[in-house]
Design a protein around this ligand. Structure first.
Ligand code: PMT
Length: 399
């Protein structure tokens, strides 16, 4: 994904430096050649040796280092970079760059590069809100520098508020969106996510535990790899991904209508949504009263099977389904693959720790129409999304 890309990772001094170590690991895993520059204060938090060991490259610390300067270090780093990524970026460092100060190796490299520059600010919430800081960031954004916003949470200084560096995976995704390969350019992907809700009456519904995280991860990864993405989502608590056409639905019938209408535009349909198989035959107009009875039965009727419907008119479209199982994973998954005429079925045993609903991770197997099965270890849902897209790519016609 970042094969052949050169990333200069600039680390400035803040408690979030430890997250830069994980970020470096993700970059290396994605195939990037990473060169780390640490400011003096960053070295107070983590030693250069940690970054050197993980990156496999010497860590740069000094502007005037006779050995590193044989090829004018800061200029050669600035020239060879596809991306200069500053994580964490202190208020001081952002202020320096915004005001054209180049007084150490990192600020000089930022000044000298023509590559994209991505800042990942992390600081005390009052500093983050300070008009001086805001003005510096705005100025840099207007000049074309990129930023990943910090998140809310408990800060090292004890304050609660915005200022925390986001998870390394989120930063990685932003970096990838800037320089990663656009191997899905020209393709339209239709992705579904989240649960559906089947109303019993105005205050009650039948649903499931899907959070939408798996489907949203696929939508973001597809967007970052250059696809046009249409996301049809059931009710979730996630922000609409930027740059993705997001359609909100509530029930399985609504999802059916939207998906079948949009499918004709799609080269690939990926159904990560957990769609309710049944809905109440009748929806009460008013809140159902409990009366005197000890038990109650709700008559249910089948919802349309959206994926099976698409499988009937598949054409050259790549169709991907998910299966959430609690037993006989492979048997049930292969049955679904065949019955719904799919190209790939992503099977997850939702009883396993770290797999399935709501968490940040999943454990999946890819079953393909040619009878193969690939078993993947526990990984983040973002990583599963990347692996799935790699698989899908092999099924798309080469342009
Ligand atoms: O959203 P998260 O919290 O991140 O959780 C992710 C997940 C567990 C929901 C996801 O990984 C997953 O497994 N999604 C599919 C769950 C499911 O509904 O599986 P199923 O076996 O019931 O359905 C099989 C496939 O048919 C699915 O692709 C489903 O979208 C589709 N289907 C099912 C019923 C229906 N009426 N129409 C459909 O299209």
């Amino acid at each position: 994904m970042l094969q052949g890309k050169c990333v200069v990772l600039g680390v400035t001094g803040g408690i979030a430096v430890y997250k830069a170590v994980e970020l470096l690991r993700l970059m290396i895993k994605a195939g990037a050649d990473v060169h780390v520059i640490m400011t003096r204060s960053a070295q107070e938090f983590v030693t250069p040796l940690t970054f050197q060991t993980l990156s496999g490259n010497p860590v740069h610390t000094e502007l005037f280092n006779l050995i590193q300067e044989q090829d004018i270090g800061h200029i050669s780093l600035a020239d060879s970079a596809d991306l200069v990524l500053i994580a964490p970026a202190t208020a001081n460092f952002v202020g320096k760059v915004a005001n054209g100060i180049a007084d150490d190796l990192l600020s000089t490299t930022v000044m000298a590069t023509k590559a994209k520059v991505l800042f990942v600010p992390a600081m005390n919430t009052n500093m983050w809100e300070n008009p001086l800081y805001r003005q510096n960031q705005k100025h840099l954004e207007e000049l074309g520098y990129h930023f990943v916003e910090p998140v809310y949470g408990e800060l090292a200084c004890g304050w609660q508020g915005q200022g925390k560096m986001p998870d390394p995976q989120v930063v990685f995704n932003s970096a990838h969106a800037l320089i990663g390969s656009k191997d899905f350019a020209g393709k339209t992907l239709l992705v579904t996510a989240g649960p559906t809700r089947e109303e019993i009456d105005p205050v009650r519904f039948l649903s499931n535990y899907s959070s939408g995280k798996m489907g949203f991860a696929i939508a973001r990864a597809s967007r970052d790899r250059g696809a046009r993405v249409i996301l049809v989502s059931g009710p979730v608590h996630l922000a609409d991904p930027k740059g993705v056409e997001t359609i909100h639905v509530t029930s399985a019938q609504e999802m059916y209508r939207e998906v079948t209408e949009k499918a004709s535009e799609a080269d690939v349909v990926i159904k990560a949504a957990a769609v309710a198989d049944f809905r109440p035959v009748e929806r009460g107009e008013q809140k159902t009263k409990k009366g005197d009875t000890e038990t109650m039965a709700i008559a249910l009727q089948r919802n349309p099977d959206i994926l099976a419907e698409l499988g009937k008119q598949k054409g050259s479209r790549v169709l991907v389904g998910f299966a959430a199982e609690t037993e006989k994973l492979l048997r049930h998954a292969r049955e679904k693959l065949q019955k719904k005429n799919l190209d790939i079925l992503v099977a997850n045993d939702v009883t396993q720790d770290g797999a399935g609903f709501d968490g940040e991770t999943n454990i999946v197997r890819f079953l393909t129409a040619d009878g193969q099965t690939e078993e993947l270890p526990l990984m983040t849902k973002d990583e599963v999304a990347e692996k799935l897209l790699d698989r899908i790519l092999t099924l798309l016609p080469k342009d």
